[in-house]
Design a protein around this ligand. Structure first.
Ligand code: IMP
Length: 195
């Protein structure tokens, strides 16, 4: 089955391809699908924003579409940056600067106060135009420094145990990540959704 992925984020796109191709899906990027548009993410939850993205791409292309809306929720910051993770400190600000600002906000936080989670809402819209949502989280902590070269976004400061997400291989990250878990929930449900 071919599914258009409603994202321009190359890091996310790699994860979609890696995970969904194992389940026999062929993922197509927006560019490859000939879609060039900005989608306004004006929802207040991950689920709302994921639905907006997948429904928009499905309506424009008439094809099955899937999206992810995700973010980093830091307990010490009352859940920020949350749905604003991509826009934290400005949409076009490079990640090293966003990460430095986040670490500065946590400078007085003790180790036990640095708990955080990544959450992902995956929305799939098939031929019948009905949105289906799948949500999952991955618990971790915010470290004191960046470690690792893999992944994208906030991966270098998000630690599960001793290692940051950026120190994991793609397959190791997928096995425990918010996006890996939510995409597997979707893939398990897919045979039912296609009936
Ligand atoms: P979205 O494209 O509006 O859903 O923004 C999601 C943002 O959350 C990304 O741009 C990253 O800043 C952050 N994020 C979500 N998932 C991950 C991840 O797996 N690793 C690192 N950062 C992530």
């Amino acid at each position: 089955m071919e599914i258009i992925v409603a994202t321009r984020n190359q890091g996310k796109m790699r994860e979609f391809a890696r995970i969904l191709e194992e389940f026999g899906c062929t993922v197509i990027g927006m560019e490859e699908a000939g879609v060039d548009m900005e989608i306004e993410e004006d929802g207040s939850t991950f689920g709302e924003n994921a639905t907006i993205k997948a429904m928009t791409i499905h309506k424009v292309t008439g094809k099955p579409a899937i999206s992810d809306d995700s973010g980093l929720c830091v307990d010490y910051l009352d859940g920020r940056p949350g749905v604003y993770s991509a826009r934290y400190q400005g949409e076009d600000t490079p990640y090293p600067e966003k990460i430095a600002a986040l670490l500065a906000e946590l400078k007085d936080a003790a180790p036990e106060e640095r708990t955080a989670r990544f959450t992902s809402a995956i929305c799939f819209v098939g031929e019948d135009s009905t949105p289906h949502l799948f949500e999952a989280s991955c618990e971790g902590t915010i470290g004191y420094e960046c470690r690792g070269e893999n992944g994208f976004g906030y991966d270098p400061i998000f630690y599960v145990g001793e290692r940051s997400f950026a120190q994991l291989s793609g397959e190791e990250k997928d096995a425990m990540s918010h996006r890996g878990k939510a995409l597997r929930l979707f893939a398990e449900e897919l045979p039912q959704l296609l009936k």
